[in-house]
Write a protein that binds this ligand. Sequence first.
Ligand code: GLV
Ligand code: MN
Ligand code: MN
Length: 424
Amino acid sequence: MTIHDSSLRIDAERLWRSLDELGSVGAYFDEDAGLHGVRRLALTDADIAGRELVTGWMRAAGLAVTTDRVGNIYARRAGADNAAAPVMVGSHIDSVATAGRFDGCLGVLGGLEVVRTLNDHGITTEHPIEVAIFTEEEGARFGTDMLGSAVAAGRIDLDAARARTDSAGVTVGSELDRHGLAGAVEVPIRSPHAYLECHIEQGPILSTGDTRIGVVQGVQAITWLELRITGRAAHAGATPQRLRRNAGLAAALITVRLDEMVESGEYGLLLATVGRQVNYPNLINIVPEKSLLTVDLRNPDGAAMARAEADLATCIAEVEKATGVTITSRVTAKTPPVAFPDSMRDLVEKHASNLGMSCERLTSGAGHDAGEIAALCPSGMIFVPGLYDGISHNPREYSTPEACADGIDVLLHAVLELAGSGNE
Ligand code: GLV
Ligand code: MN
Ligand code: MN
């Protein structure tokens, strides 16, 4: 079979079985959802078990598996020209604490399915193909997202990445060393020829419009902050209002103000989330002495994002004054809006159309490794719809076997065009 055969399709059942099997690694029963979810926080034993399962499949498919200094995995299928830069596909298999089985896994297992399909049909490409698994894409454990791909792309320095800690003070470096994951591949990595990532949309746009493929224009800006508020612990019954310096109240005021900023429409399509808030000493009859809160800001417009950040700083100063607390603010993640090149958008759109799939252009709400690798080479993304308004970071996350197969069929044909013919 030649690589331009448009009848070529992946094995949808094999892809689904792989998603299912990886989804059982780190599975937990979620009482609220009444179903099993996935918990594979980066570099935990569950994440390592997932990596071992997938790298076993990669080796069985004939791929040469290497690891870089920050534990990113690259599984290489040789091309006709092995001096040529590889076409890279991939994503992540680490998860948030309440995940489904698709976020990231579709991109990695879809990349593997592309390779398995090429193997089945004896197709050689000119460029090698590499399937990547990036470390700590979620940022859910070590506090900054796209950590592995940012190190691979040179945005985050390796030493800074290794020094990052989780909430228990465990460092990335010690976890990499504990699992023997600090590999030989130098970072930043050599630029791939191109990078493509298939992912579930994680939002409602595609499912609402019955569109089969999302052609991703780019990724919106992300800013993460950690605020530490210090007030004074005091007796809940005996301390009058005027003598309180209530850190919990200050946290609540900031949370409400963020919501008002979003609702005001003055910051474009700003979204703001306080995902973590911990009071100290966290007891019923003590005015909170301290509060830690995280702020996640998203905005497709970089200038509107900058305005929101400046106004949040003003709001923090006002809350300090009004409540008598002190607040320190630390930026833990910050990426600008990323636009994928037209060539990659057109490529995805062309192959979706060739395969008879309806498609729609959209900007990604979530952060992705593709946003980082875009600094190294032409990069793009393929989205597929999820059910239930595309809910994600929730065990209810679900994409159908057909939708997953659609995305990976488009990936297959786009990769074949990028990697070029080796046996014709
Ligand atoms: C990654 O899932 C993100 O937070 O966007
Ligand atoms: Mn993801
Ligand atoms: Mn995610």
